[in-house]
Design a protein around this ligand. Structure first.
Ligand SMILES: Nc1ccn([C@@H]2O[C@H](COP(=O)(O)OP(=O)(O)OP(=O)(O)O)[C@@H](O)[C@H]2O)c(=O)n1
Ligand SMILES: C[C@](O)(CO)[C@H](O)COP(=O)(O)O
Length: 225
């Protein structure tokens, strides 16, 4: 059977408010280059023929072009302006995907995703229609209640990461609906149209760089520790 075309929408349309940095966090340098370039490289390492769509804040498109020039970054990708929410950014990215195939959605600020994880997600999505990378929690979990909080069995929970890979028709249909507050990732959007979600084991290194201390971890991972 012929292999389906593989697309990846790398969402980097946020402002990185929680990072409290003067640059959008996806442009902060780790090991000498912007975080977003590390992320793009991981997808090219997985599949040099991948079709990459990078979603950026409208007002950062020129800066990104300049950064690519400065770092002599030549890996081909299309750029698309993002929305005001992650949902809006994914939707805009989807508008640039023509035809059928498998589409991964990945956070631009998860630069340490392993090639094996990306591959496992595409393989599972080929088989089941959707695949979402997740890891088991290491800490205990408490649910907030009206009275305070209560312990819940952590073996019943997974922490969700990206990539999240879907057959194109499923993802398109899911993103036709209006955005809801509980849509925190693509799996929640797809699940809401009645599709089932297959989980794929992720890695604790696949961190989402979110707050300043994550940059210390990121430098350490990038230097091979
Ligand atoms: N309007 C938005 C908001 C977020 N994202 C992307 O979604 C990913 C995960 O979001 P998050 O870590 O929350 O990034 P920010 O929204 O930039 O961070 P913050 O919430 O701290 O402002 C990031 O790669 C971010 O750039 C996006 O493409 N468009
Ligand atoms: C998509 C995600 O990274 C899965 O863990 C996460 O939901 C993004 O959340 P954020 O609040 O947009 O960072």
């Amino acid at each position: 059977m012929a292999q389906l075309p593989e697309y990846a929408i790398i969402v980097a349309g946020g402002t990185g408010a929680r990072m409290q940095h003067d640059l959008p966090k996806q442009f902060i340098e780790v090991a000498g280059k912007p975080i977003l370039m590390h992320t793009i490289e991981r997808f090219y390492k997985y599949n040099p023929a991948i079709r990459l769509i990078v979603v950026l804040p409208q007002e950062q498109l020129t800066t990104w072009r300049e950064l690519c020039r400065k770092h002599n970054f030549k890996l081909f990708h299309m750029t698309v302006a993002g929305g005001t929410t992650r949902f809006g950014s994914v939707k805009n990215g989807l508008g640039a995907v023509m035809g059928d195939g498998l589409i991964a959605v990945h956070d631009g600020v998860r630069p340490f995703v392993e090639v094996e994880t990306i591959q496992a997600a595409y393989v599972a999505a080929t088989k089941y229609g959707s695949a979402v990378v997740a890891v088991s929690p290491k800490d205990s979990i408490r649910e907030l209640t009206e009275e305070g909080s209560r312990a819940v069995p952590r073996t019943k929970y997974k922490l969700v990461q990206t990539p999240q890979v879907f057959q194109a028709s499923i993802l398109r249909k899911a993103y036709e609906q209006p955005e809801q507050e509980y849509f925190t990732d693509d799996a929640s959007v797809v699940e809401s149209i009645g599709e089932s979600i297959t989980l794929v084991e992720g890695s604790y290194r696949n961190i989402k760089i979110t707050t300043p201390e994550d940059l210390i971890l990121a430098e350490s991972f990038a230097s091979g520790n």
